[in-house]
Design a protein around this ligand. Sequence first.
Ligand SMILES: *[C@@H]1O[C@H](CO)[C@@H](O)[C@H](O)[C@H]1NC(C)=O
Ligand SMILES: *[C@@H]1O[C@H](CO)[C@@H](O)[C@H](O)[C@H]1NC(C)=O
Ligand SMILES: *[C@@H]1O[C@H](CO)[C@@H](O)[C@H](O)[C@H]1NC(C)=O
Ligand SMILES: *[C@@H]1O[C@H](CO)[C@@H](O)[C@H](O)[C@H]1NC(C)=O
Ligand SMILES: *[C@@H]1O[C@H](CO)[C@@H](O)[C@H](O)[C@H]1NC(C)=O
Ligand SMILES: *[C@@H]1O[C@H](CO)[C@@H](O)[C@H](O)[C@H]1NC(C)=O
Ligand SMILES: *[C@@H]1O[C@H](CO)[C@@H](O)[C@H](O)[C@H]1NC(C)=O
Ligand SMILES: *[C@@H]1O[C@H](CO)[C@@H](O)[C@H](O)[C@H]1NC(C)=O
Length: 389
Amino acid sequence: MPSISRIVLSALAAASVAVADCTFSATSTIQNAGDATALASCSTVSGSIAIATGTTDDIALSGVKVLNGNLIANTNNNMKRISASDLEQLNGEMNLKELTRLVAVDFPKLKKIDSIKWESLPNLQTIGFTASVESAKKVDIQNTAVRSLEGINIQQAQTVKIANNQYINQISMQLGNVSTALDFSDNNKAVKVELPNLIWAANLTFRFCGSVSLPSLAKLNGSLGLINNGFETFSAPNLTEVGEALAVVGNEQLNNLTFPLLKKITDNLQIANNSKLTDIEIDSLESIGGAFDISGNMTTVETPKLNNVKGAFNLQSSENITEACNFYQPLKDKKLILGKYLCKGKLVDPSVAGTTPKEQGGSKASAASTLSATNGALGLAAMAAVFLL
Ligand SMILES: *[C@@H]1O[C@H](CO)[C@@H](O)[C@H](O)[C@H]1NC(C)=O
Ligand SMILES: *[C@@H]1O[C@H](CO)[C@@H](O)[C@H](O)[C@H]1NC(C)=O
Ligand SMILES: *[C@@H]1O[C@H](CO)[C@@H](O)[C@H](O)[C@H]1NC(C)=O
Ligand SMILES: *[C@@H]1O[C@H](CO)[C@@H](O)[C@H](O)[C@H]1NC(C)=O
Ligand SMILES: *[C@@H]1O[C@H](CO)[C@@H](O)[C@H](O)[C@H]1NC(C)=O
Ligand SMILES: *[C@@H]1O[C@H](CO)[C@@H](O)[C@H](O)[C@H]1NC(C)=O
Ligand SMILES: *[C@@H]1O[C@H](CO)[C@@H](O)[C@H](O)[C@H]1NC(C)=O
Ligand SMILES: *[C@@H]1O[C@H](CO)[C@@H](O)[C@H](O)[C@H]1NC(C)=O
């Protein structure tokens, strides 16, 4: 393999000016600091750059302002620093994976990048994007030691996944919309999530978050999953429509859930395993395109405007919910609830649709449907079209 220096020198020989556009047809591999320095006379590099697995030097790509290609460093146990002091645009993916000693990623002028994909960077604590990246289509940061997402402040994205970063305890972004999916899961359990400007998104998943604030969220084209979070309160004050499923599952401390404007859920509604949630009132809800599946320790369940459930109906509680059942039974009788129907209180083990509940001191009630329980919103969305008739 020719060394990168030789490739660059020949590219430069072809160019007549000192500040050059360097185009490489194949991925250029950097073996050491010298190879990186050789690129300094290329203000634009077209072609991907990979840092070799055996590289032990710090790699500094100074001089390069625009990279039209990917920057890749995978599986390296020695390299400590990667920097690009002049890079403003990376029109490709920054793919950093399994870099066990990496402590610094310094890109002080970077503003625009297509995709950030970081995985297994156990010693990386800060994101050295001093100028703040303002544009990125995809951000995927998993298993790192980063403390905050400072340095990434994007307004719109296709996908954002921040998962298994055990030190992140604050996520605040200016995001206005997310066209495919946003997933914040298994970071620090106290993580405070604030998305003040998020107006619409496709799939949203929050798992093991300490708090989640979505004051502007108006519409979801996909699903919302709130799974195993630690918060006592969750509110989506401006949300009117969920394009797929809504799942609120396993939030042990949750005692106040509010969706004041929510009118329509296109697939399933599932609320389960929230031990302290005794009162569920979704005042504006009119229609559910999949199943209505609520189980737990509720004393009150009120959806006064509901007049259309296309899938199964399952409401099971450990408490007396006679009043709620007195509201839903007529909807079933009028065929405004189309699927299999079960509404029962005073149960020993209230559970999701498809389970056979046991009455307190009594006999078994009949199973509601064959809707299978899944432990997550998006699986729930996938099995959504539960038109059990
Ligand atoms: C997405 O959000 C950005 C930033 O708020 C906004 O400029 C853009 O118009 C939005 N796009 C759509 C399709 O809503
Ligand atoms: C809530 O929605 C209304 C109507 O669309 C809008 O005027 C208002 O600004 C939204 N509130 C927030 C906090 O975004
Ligand atoms: C999602 O809904 C928003 C708001 O209605 C719309 O602007 C956007 O185009 C939709 N996005 C997709 C991917 O369907
Ligand atoms: C949401 O995620 C589910 C499951 O991965 C997928 O089937 C669905 O298409 C996604 N919805 C959107 C709008 O992207
Ligand atoms: C529940 O939360 C909503 C919105 O955050 C708040 O307005 C309301 O006062 C809370 N209710 C109780 C009983 O704490
Ligand atoms: C009801 O509350 C009890 C006691 O807190 C808890 O053990 C049980 O899991 C709860 N049931 C449901 C379905 O959330
Ligand atoms: C349940 O509540 C209803 C009315 O709210 C009441 O009439 C009924 O006696 C209660 N049932 C039990 C078993 O406590
Ligand atoms: C609720 O908790 C029980 C017991 O941990 C579990 O078996 C069940 O799958 C959970 N339900 C959902 C919908 O996740």
